[in-house]
Design a protein around this ligand. Structure first.
Ligand code: SF4
Length: 305
């Protein structure tokens, strides 16, 4: 059985976990290609206008998996208990995908993570393995191996970021969801652009996430969403080591629009650029804004010498 994984949304957080889990169980995984204009257009065609850009991309990635796999993996993730809730889109994603592609040659598999209802991640993946015909023992073993691989992968990201931090130059923390930061079509061009402007981009998802979820309250106390807690925690970790902040948001995002307002009000003394990405944006406008932002930081630094 070939399992399709859309290269979008939570794939960028759980890529190692998901792929290792299926590989440990002996299944082949097929990843959709990197985002391009065709995938974005397809995603927009299958989405309602109110969907955020990131979820439009997700539907485009499902569409390109048609005919390439036996089933597409779309987990339902509601919350991680006291660690916080997920955006409601992740809870609805499986049902929306099944409904949207009901006339297509696409099957879906899912698992249900909802700690408030006592459905842990471990239980969710173990049940999925059993549904796919594996024993409980093998499924649990696959999940545990995947979890270890996931931790190692996050530690590698953190080590790389620590090396970046050691370098001389203008350092800018980009605060955005992993699926926006790392998408080749929407986030990566921004990272590349900063390098071209001789700035050093740091990424808010390359931190100790457990630490970030504990310490985010130093900036904002009431943040219900787990991932936004981590993003605010990352700002707290880096605020004294960076020269500027970029808030990278996909339009229209409820959690980010609330949080960004709070961040702008509470993080004083750092230049902040608020970048809102939508499907209409060309890169030229963004490049100009990044250039001006880096210039402002450079002038500020020179003025303080
Ligand atoms: S958090 Fe924002 S960008 Fe992410 S899926 Fe929800 S609405 Fe979209």
């Amino acid at each position: 059985m070939k399992i399709g994984i859309p290269r979008a949304l939570l794939y960028y957080r759980f890529d190692t976990l998901w792929r290792t889990f299926f590989q440990e169980l002996g299944f082949e995984t097929v990843l959709s290609p990197v985002t391009d204009k065709t995938i974005l257009d397809e995603g927009s065609r299958y989405s309602i206008d109110e969907n955020c850009l990131s979820s439009k991309l997700f539907f485009g990635h499902i569409a390109v998996l048609e005919g390439k796999c036996d089933a597409v993996f779309v987990p339902r993730i509601a919350n991680y208990g006291k660690e916080g809730i997920m955006c409601t889109r992740f809870e609805a994603l499986y049902d929306t995908a099944v409904n949207t592609f009901r006339d297509k040659d696409l099957k879906f598999i899912t698992c249900d993570v909802d700690l408030q209802e006592k459905k842990t991640e471990e239980a969710a993946f173990t049940s999925l393995g059993i549904e796919l015909g594996c024993s409980r023992e093998k499924s649990l073993g696959a999940y545990r191996a995947a979890k270890t691989a996931d931790r190692n992968s996050q530690e590698k990201k953190i080590r790389y970021q620590e090396q970046q931090l050691e370098k001389e130059g203008i350092k800018i923390l980009i605060v955005g969801h992993s699926y926006n930061l790392h998408d080749e079509y929407i986030g990566r061009p921004i990272i590349k652009n900063l390098y071209n402007l001789n700035a050093i981009p740091l990424l808010a998802d390359a931190v100790d996430l457990d630490w970030a979820r504990r310490e985010y309250t130093a900036i904002c106390k009431d943040v219900p969403w787990m991932v936004n807690r981590e993003l605010v925690g990352a700002i707290h970790q880096y605020r004294d080591k960076i020269d500027g902040l970029i808030l990278l948001t996909a339009f229209p995002c409820g959690p980010d629009s609330m949080l960004n307002e709070m961040i702008i009000r509470r993080v004083k003394g750092l230049p902040i650029l608020n970048l809102l990405l939508d499907s209409q944006d060309g890169n030229a406008g963004i490049e100009t804004r990044l250039e001006s932002f880096v210039d402002i930081i450079r002038f500020r630094k020179e003025a303080h010498i």
